[in-house]
Design a binder for this molecule. Structure first.
Ligand code: GAR
Length: 202
């Protein structure tokens, strides 16, 4: 079967992208990353993609921090479509998605989030978990819709909160779980073991 074509979007350090790229390189996930894109031209994720000789796309600089201007998001959606992306993977992408991306890739965008959704949506989910004094938190991969961290859950992994945890130590433990969960979900989507709302290959 032809590998699933992925577009990976991230705003930051790109450790989930690296985990996914490594799993693909090792033959564990039947997919190919055809474009790595970021809303920030200086994001580490783009440098990591260039090191791997992957195609990259940086959005033009916009006026807002939390969302992209419609025309900037439209160009991003077009770049992903032109690259032949079948599944968009949000891996630390810190903007709210608007209609261009959602309409171009209906039922074909997943996100990784560092909590057990619906608990602690939004920013700094691990700090929210510490403040709430929960005994466990975790990470979630979910389908993306127009609500922030609101689409249906695909799979979750629980992570314990330990006495003495700092925001950094808890986030690091959650990230270890993320780095296993994201490649697993992409593998199972590529192999048809997780149903798609809209499978491009059907
Ligand atoms: C990850 O923990 C991811 O779950 C989170 O940003 C981090 C990105 O790390 N995403 C969100 O909070 C989205 N709401 P990375 O750049 O090292 O992959």
């Amino acid at each position: 079967m032809k590998p699933l074509s992925l577009g990976v979007l991230g705003s930051g350090k790109g450790s989930n992208f690296v985990a996914l790229a490594e799993a693909i390189r090792l033959g564990e996930v039947p997919a190919e990353i055809v474009l790595v894109a970021s809303d920030r031209a200086d994001a580490a994720i783009l440098a990591l993609a260039r090191e791997r000789k992957m195609a990259v796309y940086a959005c033009r600089r916009g006026a807002f921090r939390t969302k992209l201007e419609p025309e900037i998001e439209r160009d991003l959606a077009q770049a992903l479509a032109s690259a032949g992306v079948e599944l968009v993977v949000l891996a630390g992408y810190m903007r709210v998605l608007k209609s261009s991306l959602l309409e171009k890739f209906p039922g074909r965008i997943i996100n990784i989030h560092p909590s057990l959704l619906p608990s602690f949506p939004g920013l700094h989910a691990w700090e929210q978990a510490l403040k709430a004094r929960v005994e466990q938190t975790g990470c979630t991969v979910h389908w993306v819709n127009e609500q922030v961290d609101g689409g249906s859950v695909i799979r979750q992994v629980k992570v314990p909160v330990r006495t003495g945890d700092t925001p950094e130590s808890l986030h690091a433990r959650i990230q270890e779980a993320e780095h296993r969960l994201l490649p697993e979900v992409v593998r199972d989507l590529a192999e048809g073991r997780i149903p798609w709302p809209e499978d491009p290959r059907r």
